[in-house]
Design a protein around this ligand. Structure first.
Ligand code: ATP
Length: 356
């Protein structure tokens, strides 16, 4: 008998309390339809956890996560946390602790929702644990410091291991898709930092002769992404470039509500996390677009299905994907940010209704 999948539910902040329950409701319905046994584990995190457990990342959450197959992490609004030692931003801790070094961010267009192009289907794989992000590129302290009031230094960390493993994740993904990988860098200027990333991508290319490989300088890529995004399949890049470019890519297909993501590593766990933030400006109004969170959840079950050889979970993920496509196509169900007349609830119900 297949073991139940142990999956955590971490709502996060603001719209997370709306879109994570929507995603779980859809996943529960799809799981029931396809006979996938899931042991759901709701866990405290974020501003609410500070109220109930005295910490934005309470020990009970950190102790339970290693026992799970994966979890859904809602958006985190850490910038609005009250100042204090227990108000930490959980993102970098989770990504580092569980070695979730690759952030897989797909961009896909759907008809009728205001996409700039009708035929975009690309994935940006962003390095997640080093680069320019000062909150996670040091073992202790921050990668930014100010020796005098006049000078600020920001350190960017690039390692061979970090570059190689994110590139490998991208090559593997390219192999499952249209077998085209583009690596993005600026080695014309960052000869050592980007140079190392490029060297590792080139070395790996020899192991994947079936994947067509090319590279584009980051500024040229930013331009080409808005002119001919159809020419890209899988794109891999360092942390900060990936952060910026994946938001740009979301802009091509209806905005941040359409930007899902999955954090993966070489371990056994996986974290579903949409690209967007906690959107406090629209929280509590029932109008947040759950697409990105639902799709992130769908990606997690697809990943778990393959890694655990759980065919029912793979089918469940496919059924979620098909149903989401139907709901996005329904103007009365989809949310206002993607030219719809519906809300979080109507979209969720439409996905559940379309599940097969
Ligand atoms: P972070 O830096 O934490 O990623 P951010 O500053 O990029 O956050 P977001 O919280 O992502 O900001 O919000 C940016 C804009 O996009 C806001 O106007 C917000 O309402 C909108 N937005 C984000 N997510 C969604 C969503 N799921 N549905 C509808 N609108 C959204």
């Amino acid at each position: 008998m297949t073991k139940p999948l142990r999956v955590g539910i971490l709502n996060g902040d603001d719209i997370g309390h709306e879109i994570v329950p929507a995603s779980v409701e859809i996943a529960r319905a799809a799981a029931e339809l396809h006979g996938v046994d899931i042991d759901w584990q709701p866990l405290p995190i974020g501003a609410k956890a500070l109220e109930t457990h005295g910490n934005t990342l309470p020990p009970v959450t950190m102790e339970t996560l290693p026992t799970l197959d994966g979890w859904i992490l809602g958006p985190i609004g850490h910038r609005n946390y009250p100042k204090g030692p227990n108000s930490i931003n959980p993102h970098p801790i989770l990504r580092k602790q569980f070695n979730l070094f690759a952030n897989v961010r797909p961009t896909r267009s759907y008809p009728g929702i205001g996409c700039l192009f009708e035929d975009v289907d690309l994935v940006i794989v962003r390095e997640n644990n080093e680069g320019f992000q000062p909150d996670r590129n040091m073992i202790a302290g921050s990668g930014e410091f100010r020796p005098t009031d006049e000078i600020t230094l920001s350190v960017r960390v690039i390692t061979r291991t970090g570059s190689r493993r994110v590139a490998r994740a991208a090559f593997e993904l390219a192999r499952q898709r249209r077998k085209h990988l583009t690596y993005i860098h600026k080695d014309t200027v960052f000869k050592l930092g980007c140079g190392m990333f490029v060297e590792e991508c080139k070395k790996l290319a020899a192991e994947y002769p079936d994947v067509r490989v090319d590279d584009v300088i980051v500024d040229t890529f930013a331009m080409r992404l808005v002119r001919d995004p159809q020419t890209f399949d899988v794109v891999v890049t360092t942390n900060m470039f990936g952060d910026i470019l994946s938001d740009e890519a979301a802009g091509l297909v209806g905005g941040l509500g359409m930007a899902p993501g999955l954090c993966i590593g070489d371990g056994d766990v996986v974290m579903a996390q949409a690209t967007h933030g906690s959107a406090p400006d629209i929280a509590g109004r029932g109008i947040a677009n759950p697409y990105a969170m639902v799709e992130s959840t769908r990606m997690m079950f697809d990943w778990l299905g393959h890694s655990r050889n759980n065919q029912a979970a793979v089918k469940m993920a496919q059924s979620m994907s098909d149903a989401v496509t139907v709901a996005v196509g329904d103007e009365t169900a989809r949310t206002g940010d993607i030219r719809g007349k519906g809300n979080t609830r109507t979209f969720t119900q439409a996905v559940i209704k379309a599940l097969k």
